[in-house]
Design a protein around this ligand. Structure first.
Ligand SMILES: [Mg+2]
Length: 275
C-alpha cells in the first residue's frame, strides 16, 4: 500500500534559530541537527529525534517536501533520509521529479494562472506603490510566479496586511504573513493541486500532510489526514478541519511530533494493507 506524505518545510519540519522556541530549561533542550547552510552560516534545524523519524519515514512512505520556497532555496536544504523522488516547490508552481522540474506540470500551472487571476506585474506594482521603505527591507519575485516582501515586523502598520489581503482577494490572489515575510500568491497556485497530481501518479491510497501557514490550508484539505503545529498562522487564526489534528507543541518540538504522527499513521496503514 502506497502512503504519500506531503509536508511543508519551514516552521513545520525545519526551523530557523528565531523559530525554534526552545522554552525548556537549557539543560533539557533537544540536540539539534543543522539541515540548511546559507552563505556559509547555519540557517535551519530539526531535532536529532526528528531526523531519525524522517529517515524511518523515507523507508515507509513516499515523502514529498511541499514548500513555497523557490527551487534554488529548496536545493540548499539537506534533509536526512533517502533523497526525495518528488518535491513541490514555489507553492506548487514546480513539481520536481528526481530533482528536475516537470515541464508539463509547470505549463499547466502557468495556463491556469493566465486564465484565472490578475498578472504578477499588477500585484508587484501595487506592492511597490502601497508599501513603505520605512518597514520594507526587500521586494522579491519568486520564480516569476509570485511576490514577497521582507519586512520589519515591529514597524509594519497593523492594518496593512489586512488591506492588502482584501485588494488581493478581488484579483484572485491570496496573502500570507510568515515571520518577516509577506507573501502575495495567486489563488490557483497551490500545494494541494500538486499533491493531488502526485497521489494520482503514485497511486497512493492514503495521503498525509502537515503545515503551519495559510498557504498550507489547501494542502491539509487535499490530504486524507493532516496535522498543524501549535504555532503559526493557522494556529493563530484558530483554523481547523475535521481530519486535521491541531497539535499543542510549538517550535522545533512540533516538527518532531508531526514526524511521529506521520510515521505512526503510515505504519498503521502498512499493517492494514498487509492484513
Ligand atoms: Mg511553513
Amino acid at each position: 500500500m502506497t502512503v504519500l506524505v506531503a509536508s511543508d518545510l519551514d516552521r513545520t519540519l525545519i526551523y530557523s534559530a528565531a523559530a525554534l522556541a526552545l522554552t525548556m530549561p537549557d539543560a533539557r533542550a533537544p540536540r539539534l541537527l543543522c539541515v540548511e547552510v546559507h552563505e556559509a552560516k547555519p540557517l535551519s534545524y530539526m531535532t536529532e529525534t526528528a531526523a531519525r523519524l524522517l529517515t524511518e519515514l523515507g523507508d515507509t512512505a513516499v515523502f514529498v517536501p511541499a514548500t513555497t520556497r523557490t527551487r534554488k532555496q529548496y536545493e540548499r536544504i539537506n534533509l536526512p533520509g533517502p533523497p526525495a523522488q518528488y518535491a513541490i516547490c514555489a507553492n506548487g508552481g514546480h513539481l520536481l521529479v528526481d530533482g528536475v522540474t516537470d515541464a508539463d506540470w509547470h505549463a499547466r500551472v502557468q495556463a491556469r494562472l493566465a486564465d484565472e487571476c490578475a498578472p504578477l506585474a499588477e500585484v508587484r506594482e501595487h506592492l511597490l506603490r502601497s508599501s513603505d521603505p520605512v518597514w520594507v527591507r526587500k521586494h522579491r519575485v519568486a520564480e516569476d510566479l509570485f511576490a514577497y516582501l521582507v519586512v520589519e515586523r515591529e514597524l509594519l502598520p497593523a492594518d496593512w496586511v489586512k488591506e492588502l489581503a482584501v485588494w488581493a482577494e478581488n484579483r484572485g490572489w491570496t496573502v500570507s504573513l510568515q515571520g518577516r515575510k509577506i507573501y502575495a500568491v495567486p489563488k490557483p497556485l497551490t500545494k494541494g493541486a500538486a499533491v493531488r497530481e502526485l497521489a494520482r501518479r503514485t497511486g497512493a491510497e492514503l495521503t498525509l500532510a502537515a503545515g503551519d501557514s495559510l498557504l498550507d490550508a489547501d494542502l491539509l484539505l487535499a490530504a486524507d489526514r493532516g496535522w498543524r503545529p501549535g504555532h503559526g498562522e493557522l494556529a493563530d487564526a484558530g483554523w481547523s478541519a475535521p481530519e486535521v489534528g491541531a497539535l499543542p507543541e510549538r517550535g522545533v518540538l512540533a516538527g518532531e511530533r508531526i514526524l511521529g504522527e506521520f510515521l505512526g499513521a503510515a505504519r498503521t496503514a502498512a499493517v492494514r494493507g498487509r492484513g
